[in-house]
Design a binder for this molecule. Structure first.
Ligand SMILES: [Zn+2]
Length: 243
């Protein structure tokens, strides 16, 4: 196969490979956006469930305080009844002391109850806000992920199509040359074939010697840039075609 057409094939192959590379990067980008979204949803779920657990624990505490307050009330009623039946001053004093202690205990419980009720109210507000946020987040993500999945599907279809075209083209390229091209493409960030018009490598911008450039234009052989080892492609008949 003449050097010129072999190089034209490689340039066309590179065009497809670059499209593939770009689409694969887009796919990766979309996947990571999906994953980030899922991670945010999961973090939100954990926050909501942790707030709910805190609410439950606090509510248990409230019920416990409520029960103890009821018990204290009952004891206090009992003491008052006993106060009416005391037989002497000593008994009256002892009972009065019990009543005072009971009152203190009651005040303590009531102040604890007040704190718990305040904390409950604050926590309920927090949980409600977190749940609303979560709902909005999940709604947004639902729409966004559907769009992203659709986009991913479209890209996957395009990749498959380009890959088929690429494989067909690659099959007609000399196996040794194809391997060299692929190695350079990998090593040189997706630019293995450089089309040039002047004696400068478009890959690494090194000046090519006049002698080298003359040989290259003659097109007898495939030549690599002496500096970056990319495949140089001098196309004489550049008539608006882009590779
Ligand atoms: Zn170069």
């Amino acid at each position: 196969m003449p050097v010129e057409s072999a190089l034209a094939q490689l340039a066309a192959l590179q065009n497809l490979d670059r499209q593939l590379r770009e689409k694969v990067q887009q796919i990766e980008h979309l996947r990571s956006r999906l994953n980030e979204g899922r991670a945010r949803i999961e973090a939100g779920r954990q926050l909501v469930s942790s707030l709910r657990e805190q609410l439950q624990a606090l509510d248990l505490k409230r019920r416990d305080l409520d029960r103890r307050l009821t018990e204290e009330d009952a004891k206090m009623r009992d003491r008052r009844m006993r106060l009416q039946r005391v037989r002497n001053e000593r008994e009256a004093q002892a009972l009065q002391r019990e009543i005072d202690l009971g009152r203190q205990a009651n005040q303590q419980l009531e102040s604890e109850m007040l704190q718990v009720l305040e904390a409950l109210e604050a926590l309920e507000g927090q949980a409600k806000a977190a749940e609303d946020d979560q709902k909005a987040l999940e709604n947004n993500f639902h729409g966004e992920s559907a769009r992203l999945e659709e986009e991913l599907e479209r890209l996957a279809g395009e990749v498959e199509q380009i890959r088929r075209e690429r494989d067909r083209l690659a099959a007609s390229v000399d196996a040794y040359l194809l391997r060299r091209y692929e190695q350079i493409f990998e090593r040189r960030e997706g630019l293995a074939v450089v089309e040039i018009q002047e004696a400068i490598c478009g890959g690494c911008h090194m000046n090519l010697s006049p002698q080298f450039f003359i040989e290259l234009q003659r097109g007898d052989d495939i030549r690599l840039c002496p500096n970056c080892h990319r495949i140089l492609y001098f196309r004489g008949d550049r008539g608006g075609r882009e590779a």
